[in-house]
Design a protein around this ligand. Structure first.
Ligand code: G6P
Length: 369
């Protein structure tokens, strides 16, 4: 096992650090920036299904559901297709109104999650075209779907999902680009801009990983907190949910993720000097609004840990701690902002003596209801 961990103390940390390569493996052979082309064998024959679709419905559970939420923003921006994101467990027990004009995308790291598998079967019965985004090759979901694309992240052993999340977002971005180009939403130059920026992400993730020591220091300050709040807007709202989920899963600290603007409708009542609030406040996307949210937290004495864009000065003046990530285009920010949140939960869990790779009561793959 020590050998498998490749010198890291835990699988989770190894998998966090594998992300630059995992993302590269995901787009390798698919992203062809020189030819201004995206090639995905799972979609070439079925592109019509996507371009003719009335809407896309994404079904997933857990972290994969969060990747689905990020994809919703990506598809709407890049491909201008209406998207709905559903918990597979809810979808399967409703009477979802879907038909052959709908495309269902099922996202699953393991490809074995019982609820997601059942949601796929239901969507197929109703005549929808079902596309899978799985990591495990040959898994049940990969076999049950009409077509799909693998994430190629390599085995993920840590129960808390990390590299599966960022590679799912990568695959879904490629899919949205393919679609945006096919339906004429994206010009050739916009398309190329996305491809080049996506190609630069592994290096930017590498740079983001350099925040590790600083994040560890922040973890040492807040490791005994009883609660955490995570806030983000737009593309970073699902990142806030994912950050909170990571902390809950492995450190057993209660954490809530919220869209920053919704704070005033409830969570603001929780804020006092005991409450650490992680705010994702990168420059692109609602920056000024996030700053006013930060001011609201500060005036109630909450402790602010902000994830900011490199070189930021405004948030730095207000926050107790800041963690810098490189600049990128807005749809790709989750690929960077999620990294320090993974590290924060990891270090807090280690400092609290928790079993990081196998947290209590959780399973890597939930094959029963
Ligand atoms: C379990 C795992 C999570 C995962 C979720 C969905 O709860 O502990 O890490 O996000 O299942 O799994 P899937 O394999 O379908 O992505």
């Amino acid at each position: 096992e020590q050998i498998e961990k490749g010198g890291y103390e835990h699988f989770m940390l190894k998998e966090i650090y594998e992300q630059p390569n995992a993302i590269k493996d995901t787009y390798r052979g698919r992203l062809q920036s020189r030819d201004n082309f995206v090639k995905m064998s799972g979609i070439e024959d079925n592109l019509r299904k996507f371009t003719n679709a009335n809407r896309i419905i994404i079904v997933a559970c857990g972290t994969s559901w969060h990747a689905g939420l990020v994809a919703e923003y990506i598809f709407e921006t890049i491909a201008t297709v209406p998207v709905e994101v559903e918990y597979a467990s809810e979808f399967r027990y409703r009477n979802p109104i879907i038909n052959s004009q709908d495309v269902v995308i099922a996202i699953s790291q393991s490809g074995e999650t019982a609820d997601t598998l059942a949601a796929i079967k239901l969507a197929k019965e109703k005549g929808a075209f079902v596309f899978g985004v799985c990591n495990v090759v040959g898994s049940s979901i990969a076999r049950e779907t009409h077509a799909g694309a693998y994430t190629h992240a390599g085995p993920e052993i840590g129960v808390a999902s990390t590299k599966a999340f960022t590679t799912q977002i990568t695959v879904l971005t490629l899919l949205a680009l393919k679609l945006g180009k096919a339906n004429g939403t994206l010009s050739n130059s916009e398309f190329n801009k996305y491809l080049l920026e996506l190609e630069s992400i592994p290096e930017k993730v590498e740079k983001t990983l350099l925040t590790d020591e600083h994040v560890k220091y922040i973890a040492s300050i807040f490791k005994d907190a009883a609660n955490f709040l995570y806030l983000g807007r737009g593309y970073n709202f699902p990142v806030a949910l994912e950050g909170a989920l990571k902390l809950k899963e492995i450190s057993y600290i209660h954490a809530e993720g919220y869209p920053a603007a919704e704070m005033k409708h409830g969570p603001i009542a929780l804020i006092d000097e005991q409450m650490p609030v992680v705010v994702i406040a990168t420059k692109k996307g609602h920056y000024e609004k996030i700053i006013s949210n930060i001011q609201e937290i500060k005036s109630r004495k909450g402790k602010i840990i902000a994830v900011v864009t490199q070189g930021d000065t405004q948030v730095k003046k207000l926050a107790d701690h800041t963690i810098e990530v490189p600049e990128t285009i807005e749809p790709l920010t989750p690929l960077l902002t999620t990294i320090p949140l993974q590290l924060l939960s990891y270090h807090i869990a280690v400092m609290r003596g928790c079993n990081v790779d196998q947290p209590r009561n959780l399973a890597k793959s939930v094959t029963v209801e």
